[in-house]
Design a protein around this ligand. Structure first.
Ligand SMILES: NC(=O)c1ccc[n+]([C@@H]2O[C@H](COP(=O)([O-])OP(=O)(O)OC[C@H]3O[C@@H](n4cnc5c(N)ncnc54)[C@H](O)[C@@H]3O)[C@@H](O)[C@H]2O)c1
Length: 248
């Protein structure tokens, strides 16, 4: 009998980590809906455009995956954005935008996908969180709050999904070589009052015990493991890959 493909939905799929996760899951034999504001039409997944900062966007993404594949086994909530600013001048609209994308979107995706994930019986919800789900840095109030929040959501979903074959985890990387990090360099330089060429070593890599950036493919490999048979032992936990950051 032909093996039935598992179906996955990945958000932020046009970006650094998301694009690598789509490639990993496709290589592992999943059908993948690759959701982004501007999805890559030439990428390995099925591109789908949605604004995940809205309820309609999250509902449409889940609906499109079910319409296209007829099932849903894996949801990877990865879309994210950063804003670096001291709390007293932190723009309130940016707070709302970061919370909508990195905390409310994972909730809405789980909420809308839940009936299909129960039918799967061997489902995974994986949030690409951050070491900032476990530790804070100055000038990142919204990001740190959203990432701590999504870890709380992951723990709750793990308890609710336990009797339904739904396992939920939060991958918590340190800094990864992606556009999200590259875009922070000027803002970090301003916030810390140092030249831009000192930001990588002086700020970004400062918390890592091992002084290098992670690569998107390393994170994608862990997501692929969690989505597959070796991931069956993980639920309700942060899966930390932070090069020693939170060991301190
Ligand atoms: N890069 C890092 O160092 C790092 C470290 C830890 C965790 N993370 C997390 O990994 C995830 C991916 O980050 P990345 O570094 O690959 O970022 P990235 O900026 O390269 O990619 C993010 C993607 O999200 C998409 N996106 C943004 N707003 C959206 C919206 N409203 N609707 C739909 N899509 C939207 C963007 O278009 C982009 O393709 C994020 O959740 C981020 O917080 C990143």
């Amino acid at each position: 009998m032909a093996r039935v493909s598992r179906a996955a939905l990945v958000t932020g799929a046009a970006g650094g980590i998301g694009a690598a996760v789509v490639a990993q899951l496709v290589a592992d034999g999943h059908d993948v809906l690759a959701v982004d504001l501007r999805p890559d039409p030439d990428g390995p997944g099925v591109p789908f455009a949605a604004d995940l900062a809205t309820r309609e966007g999250n509902r449409a993404a889940v609906g499109a995956a079910l319409e296209r594949f007829g099932r849903l086994d894996v949801v990877v909530a990865n879309a994210g954005l950063q804003h670096v600013s001291p709390v007293e001048s932190f723009p309130e609209d940016r707070w709302d935008a970061l919370l909508a994308l990195m905390l409310t979107s994972p909730f809405l995706l789980a909420r809308y996908a839940w009936p299909a994930l129960r039918v799967s019986g061997d489902a995974r919800v994986i949030a690409v969180a951050s070491a900032h789900a476990l530790a804070a840095s100055p000038y990142k109030s919204a990001y740190v709050a959203a990432k701590h929040g999504v870890l709380g959501l992951v723990k709750t979903l793990a308890l609710e999904g336990a009797d339904h074959g739904i396992l939920t985890t939060a991958v918590c990387p340190g800094f990864v070589r992606t556009p999200l990090v590259e875009r922070q360099i000027a803002d970090q330089a301003e916030a810390h009052g140092i030249p831009e060429d000192e930001v990588l070593e002086g700020v970004i890599l400062a918390p890592h015990a091992v002084k290098r950036l992670l690569e998107p493919e390393e994170v994608a490999g862990v997501v692929g493991m969690l989505a597959g048979p070796l991931g069956r032992g993980f639920t309700g936990v942060p899966v930390t890959m932070d090069l020693g950051w939170t060991a301190r």
